[in-house]
Design a protein around this ligand. Structure first.
Ligand code: PEP
Ligand code: MG
Length: 758
C-alpha cells in the first residue's frame, strides 16, 4: 500500500502545471484501486460551487465545464461535512446530482472524500463503480490518506498556476508572513534551493550555456565516481546481479545517456545545468512511473536519486554560477546569514524565508543591513518566485507576487516617502543622546559586516557594543588567518579610536555555520555552540584572540565578549587562556604596558543558568552584556528559528524583564557596566524600561539609533522608575506592549511603535 501511495505522489509531483496534476491524480487512482470512474472537484471559494477539474471514465466531451451548484449533490455534502461518504447506490441518495450525458448513470457504488488543507476544504475526490459492490474500508482509508497528502500538492499547484499565468493579474497574489523586519523592498526573486530537492529548483536561464555544460560535465563525472566508489564498497556484500545495477546507473550518467539530453536542453532552451537536469529527470521519472511492471516503476526512485546526486555536485560552491538580479530579493526555505552574505550588498533589497522568525540570525542581519525581510511564509511555493516581480512589505508582513500596476505604483511612492522619513530622522536628530533632565546615555552599534559601517551615523555613537565575528568568517572559504583577522579588527578599532569596541569571540553553531566547518546536530541550539566550540578548538580560539590583541597594539580600546557562557568554569578556562596569550605576545614583542593594554573582558549573558550565578560571573568580568535574543529563546524554550512557536518568543515579557533586572543589579553591585546587545536594545518601546532596569549601555543596529535617540530625548530619567513600576505591574507581554505604546503615543512618538519587535 505504502509503495502505491509513494508512486502516486511521485507521479503527481512530477506533473507539470495544474491540469496535468489533476489528470495524473485521476488516472493513477483509477489504476490503484481499480475503479471505473474517478473525479476531482474543486471548491470555488467565492460561491461554494464545485467544478469538475479532472475525470477518468466519464464521457469527456459532455463533462467539460461541469459545475455542481452550491448546496447541490453529494459533492457539496462531503465538502460541507468535511468527511468521507460512501454508498452502494450513489444515485439513490436524496442529494444526488447527476451530470447529464456523462455516463454517470451507469455508475452505482460511490465513495467521496474531502480534500482538506490547513483546515480548509479545497474540493472532493470521488471514485465510482459500475457495480453495486460497496467500496471497502481499505479503499476508503487509502483514499483518505492519499487525499491528505495530495491536499498540499494541490494547494501548491493552484498557487503556482496563479503565479505562473502569463497575464498580469488584476489582483496581486499575496502571502502573509508570520514576522518581518521593517521596510519595503521591490525587486526580482532569486531562489536558493537548499539541499538536493529537485522539485524545489527554480526554472533559471543562463547567458553562458557553454559554461553550464562544463559545470554539468564536472558534476556528472563526480557522480559517476560516487557510484563507482559505492559499488566497490558494496562489492563484497552484494550479489552479481545487484552490482550490475550500479553499472547501469553509471551508464545512465554517461554523456551518451542522460548527459546528452541535458546538454541538448541547455543549448536549445538556454536553461542552467540544474534546470535542464530537473527537466530531464522529471521526464524520466514520469516515464518509469507510468510503467505497469512494478519493478520498472520502482526504478523511478533510482533515477530521482541519480538526479539528486548530480544536483548536489552542481550546487557545490565552486560549480555554481551566480548572476544575481540588480535588485535581488533573496528567497529560500530557510535563509541563513551565509546566504545573505553571499549576495553583493548593493544588490540585495529584500529577503524571504519560509522558515524562521524575526529573531533568527538571518533576520537580525537583515535588520542590521536595513533590508526588509519576511520570515515564516508557510504554503508559499517559493521555486516559482524565481525572477518574478515581487514586493516585500516588512511593515505589514506581506509578500506580493507579480503586483498589479496600481499596487506597484503605490509601493514605489511609499518607498520614496520612507526614504525621505529616514533621511529626515538622520538629519534632524541631535547627535548626542541626553534625557530631558540631562542624563547622557551611551548608545553603541552592533555590526559584523563592513557594509554596516558605511553610515555617517557611525561617528555619533559611543562605540561598538557587539561585533559579530561570525559574519566575516562566513564570507571566507576557510578559517581566516591571524593576519587577515588582525587587519579586520584593526580597521574597526581604528575607526572607533578612543571608544570601546566589543569584539565577540566566534559564536558559531545554532543557526550559524561555516561552509568549511559543518556541524550536524539534532538540536543545534542546545548543542555545540559559541564558547563550547572555541574551548574545544584552542587553535581557533587562540588565533582569534591573538589577532584581536595584535590589532589593539597602541590603541587600547579592545573589549572582548564571550558568548554562550553557561558555567563559571567556561569563564575561568577562557580567562586563563586569554591571560596566557597576552603574556606571550607581550614578551615576544617586548611591548610596554602603555602600548599593549590588557583588553576588558565581558560575558554575554544569554543562558538562564548564567542569570542565577550572575554575582559570581560579575566578579570575574569587566562588563556584562545581555544577549536578550538567546536569553529569550532559552528562557521560554522556544527555538528562535521556529515559525510555529514564534508567538511565544516575547522579549518585553515580565519574565525577561525580571531576569534583566537581576543581571543589572549584579553588575551595578559589582560596579561594572551592563550592556544589552540583543534586538530589544533597538526597540524604541523598550528603551526607557531597559534604562530604568539599570542597563547602562544600549547596543543596537545602526538603523535603530535615530529612533532610540528620539525616545531618550523625550523622557526624564526621573520618570523612568515610575514607568518601570507600572510596566512590572502587568502580567503579560500583551499588556506591557499596550501600556508602553500608550507611553510613546503620549510623548508624540507613535510612529516609533515597531510591529517587527516582540
Ligand atoms: C543575543 O543572543 O542576544 C545576541 C546578541 O547574540 P546573537 O543574536 O548573535 O546570538
Ligand atoms: Mg546570542
Amino acid at each position: 500500500m505504502l509503495s502505491i501511495l509513494r508512486s502516486i505522489i511521485h507521479a503527481v509531483n512530477a506533473a507539470e502545471g495544474l491540469q496535468q496534476t489533476f489528470d495524473v491524480i485521476v488516472s493513477e487512482i483509477s489504476r490503484a484501486i481499480k475503479t471505473d470512474i474517478c473525479s476531482v472537484y474543486l471548491r470555488n471559494k467565492d460561491d461554494n460551487s464545485h467544478f469538475l477539474v479532472a475525470n477518468f471514465g466519464f464521457n469527456p466531451t459532455k463533462t467539460i465545464k461541469t459545475i455542481v451548484p452550491a448546496g447541490k449533490g453529494i459533492i457539496s455534502l462531503i465538502s460541507q461535512k468535511e468527511e468521507p461518504l460512501k454508498f452502494a447506490e450513489g444515485s439513490s441518495h436524496q442529494a444526488f446530482f447527476e451530470i447529464p450525458n456523462s455516463g454517470e448513470d451507469q455508475a452505482h457504488a460511490f465513495l467521496g472524500v474531502p480534500i482538506i488543507h490547513r483546515r480548509e476544504c479545497l474540493g472532493v475526490l470521488v471514485v465510482q463503480r459500475k457495480s453495486q459492490e460497496i467500496f471497502s474500508e481499505q479503499d476508503e482509508a487509502f483514499l483518505v490518506t492519499l487525499s491528505a497528502q495530495l491536499a498540499g500538492i494541490i494547494a501548491n499547484a493552484e498557487l503556482r498556476n496563479l503565479i505562473e499565468s502569463k497575464n498580469r493579474p488584476k489582483i496581486s497574489t499575496q502571502f502573509k508572513a508570520s514576522s518581518s523586519t521593517s521596510g519595503i523592498g521591490i525587486g526580482k526573486g532569486w531562489v536558493v534551493s537548499v539541499g538536493t530537492s529537485l522539485s524545489s529548483l527554480p526554472k533559471r536561464l543562463t547567458k553562458h550555456p557553454e559554461l553550464e555544460i562544463k559545470q554539468l560535465r564536472k558534476a556528472m563525472s563526480r557522480s559517476r565516481k560516487d557510484i563507482r566508489d559505492l559499488a566497490s564498497t558494496l562489492s563484497k556484500s552484494l550479489a552479481k546481479n545487484e552490482l550490475a545495477l550500479f553499472a547501469a546507473y553509471e551508464q545512465l550518467l554517461s554523456h551518451n545517456s542522460l548527459g546528452k539530453k541535458i546538454e541538448r536542453l541547455i543549448k536549445a532552451e538556454k536553461f542552467t545545468a540544474a534546470t535542464a537536469l530537473r527537466k530531464v529527470i522529471d521526464e524520466n521519472v514520469k516515464r518509469f512511473t507510468a510503467m505497469d511492471d512494478p519493478y520498472l516503476r520502482e526504478r523511478a526512485t533510482d533515477i530521482l536519486d541519480l538526479g539528486r546526486r548530480v544536483l548536489s555536485h552542481l550546487q557545490q560552491k565552486n560549480l555554481a554560477l551566480k548572476n544575481f538580479p540588480k535588485r535581488t530579493i533573496l528567497i529560500s526555505d530557510q535563509v541563513t546569514s551565509a546566504m545573505i552574505a553571499e549576495v553583493p550588498p548593493k544588490q540585495l533589497v529584500g529577503i524571504i524565508s519560509l522558515k524562521g522568525s524575526s529573531s533568527s540570525h538571518a533576520a537580525i542581519l537583515a535588520r542590521s543591513l536595513g533590508i526588509p525581510a519576511l520570515m515564516g511564509l508557510r504554503d508559499c511555493p517559493i521555486e516559482v518566485l524565481e525572477s518574478k516581480s515581487l514586493i516585500v512589505d516588512g511593515y505589514k508582513s506581506f509578500l506580493f507576487v507579480k503586483p498589479a500596476r496600481a499596487l506597484l505604483g503605490q509601493y514605489k511612492q511609499l518607498q520614496v516617502d520612507e526614504q525621505k522619513m529616514l533621511e529626515d530622522l538622520h538629519h534632524t536628530s541631535i547627535k548626542t543622546t541626553t534625557t530631558l533632565d540631562g542624563v547622557n546615555i551611551p548608545l553603541m552599534i552592533n555590526c559584523g559586516l563592513q557594509a554596516d559601517l558605511e553610515n555617517e551615523l557611525e561617528a555619533t555613537v559611543d562605540g561598538v557594543g557587539l561585533f559579530r565575528t561570525e559574519y566575516p568568517f562566513m564570507q571566507s572559504e576557510r578559517f581566516p588567518s591571524e593576519e587577515e583577522q588582525r587587519k579586520l579588527y584593526r580597521g574597526i578599532l581604528e575607526s572607533f579610536q578612543g571608544k570601546p569596541v566589543v569584539i565577540r569571540s566566534l559564536d558559531i553553531g545554532g543557526d550559524k555555520s561555516l561552509p568549511y566547518f559543518p556541524i550536524e546536530e539534532e538540536n543545534p541550539f542546545l548543542g555545540w555552540r559559541g564558547i563550547r566550540i572555541t574551548l574545544d578548538h584552542p587553535e581557533i580560539f587562540h588565533t582569534q584572540i591573538r589577532a584581536m590583541m595584535m590589532a589593539n597594539v597602541g590603541l587600547g580600546n579592545l573589549h572582548i565578549s564571550l558568548p554562550m557562557i553557561s558555567t563559571l568554569s567556561e569563564i575561568d578556562k577562557s580567562l586563563q587562556q586569554i591571560e596566557q596569550i597576552y603574556s606571550e605576545i607581550k614578551v615576544q614583542h617586548n611591548y610596554s604596558d602603555d602600548e599593549f593594554i590588557y583588553p576588558k573582558i565581558g560575558i554575554v549573558i544569554e543562558v538562564p543558568s548564567a542569570v542565577y550565578q550572575i554575582r559570581a560571573i560579575a566578579r570575574r568580568a569587566d562588563f556584562l552584556t545581555i544577549g536578550s535574543n538567546d536569553l529569550t529563546q532559552y528562557m521560554f524554550a522556544v527555538d528562535r528559528n521556529n515559525t510555529r512557536v514564534s508567538y511565544l518568543y516575547k522579549t518585553l515579557h515580565p519574565a525577561m524583564l525580571l531576569a534583566i533586572l537581576e543581571i543589572a543589579d549584579a553588575g551595578n553591585a559589582e560596579k561594572i557596566p551592563v550592556h544589552i546587545c540583543g534586538e530589544i536594545a533597538g526597540d524604541p518601546m523598550a528603551t526607557i524600561v531597559l534604562l530604568a532596569l539599570g542597563v547602562t549601555t544600549l547596543s543596537m543596529n545602526i538603523h535603530s539609533i535615530p529612533k532610540v535617540r528620539r525616545v531618550i530625548q523625550k523622557f526624564k530619567m526621573s520618570d523612568a522608575s515610575h514607568i518601570l513600576a507600572k510596566t512590572l505591574s502587568y502580567e503579560t507581554s500583551f499588556e506591557i506592549r499596550q501600556y508602553l505604546t500608550k507611553v510613546l503615543q503620549d510623548r508624540g512618538l507613535a510612529d516609533l511603535v515597531d510591529p517587527g519587535h516582540h
